[in-house]
Ligand binder design. Structure first.
Ligand SMILES: NC(=O)c1ccc[n+]([C@@H]2O[C@H](COP(=O)([O-])OP(=O)(O)OC[C@H]3O[C@@H](n4cnc5c(N)ncnc54)[C@H](O)[C@@H]3O)[C@@H](O)[C@H]2O)c1
Length: 156
């Protein structure tokens, strides 16, 4: 399958690389251009045993790509995983601003039917918020593109 992973940190980079290792064609997206530049040079920003070897192998096999351009990544993807941070606020609740910013960007840039997967750690009800956010952007575009939102949190 063609998969986009949005957020190339601990969860996104490891998940995306494993999906590529399983034979999928994966594009990992991040908002941080320095991180993406390093990844494209084969420099892995985190330590995870075996990750570097797996990243290099799948980049070489053209199963794994890194970019800052979400719209280009989504052009060929059937599934988009959201794996951005959800830092804990003072009251212990998850800050959803990054997840919802990604949802907005997906709604602005998706060009075909898409399955959107919440992989970030989020409270119950977030899938509805992600769905509404994407739909709002599609409505602004007068687009009738279809999409589904599912939960697959890393903690599972
Ligand atoms: N790290 C873990 O061991 C772990 C375990 C279980 C769950 N989680 C959860 O997984 C989620 C991700 O955690 P992490 O540790 O991978 O975070 P991280 O900070 O390592 O990575 C998040 C990445 O998202 C990128 N990002 C932010 N906004 C973006 C946007 N609009 N578009 C594209 N990229 C964007 C950041 O630049 C960063 O590289 C969080 O919800 C966290 O709670 C993490």
């Amino acid at each position: 399958m063609n998969i986009t992973v949005i957020g190339s940190g601990y969860v996104g980079l490891v998940s995306g690389t494993c999906f590529a290792e399983m034979g999928n064609r994966v594009t990992c997206v991040d908002i941080d251009p320095v991180k993406i530049e390093k990844l494209n040079k084969g420099i892995i920003p985190i330590f995870e045993p075996g990750l570097e070897t797996m990243v290099l192998k799948n980049v070489k096999n053209e199963n794994l790509f890194f970019t800052t351009k979400l719209n280009e990544a989504l052009e060929n993807s059937e599934i988009a995983f959201i794996a951005v941070g959800t830092p804990m606020g003072d009251d212990g609740s998850a800050d959803l601003q990054y997840v919802l910013a990604v949802a907005k960007s997906i709604g602005q840039s998706m060009q075909k039917r898409l399955i959107v997967v919440d992989k970030s750690t989020v409270p119950i009800g977030t899938a509805d918020k992600v769905k509404l956010t994407i739909q709002k952007e599609l409505d602004l575009r007068n687009s009738d593109l279809e999409f589904d939102v599912v939960s697959n949190p890393e903690f599972l």
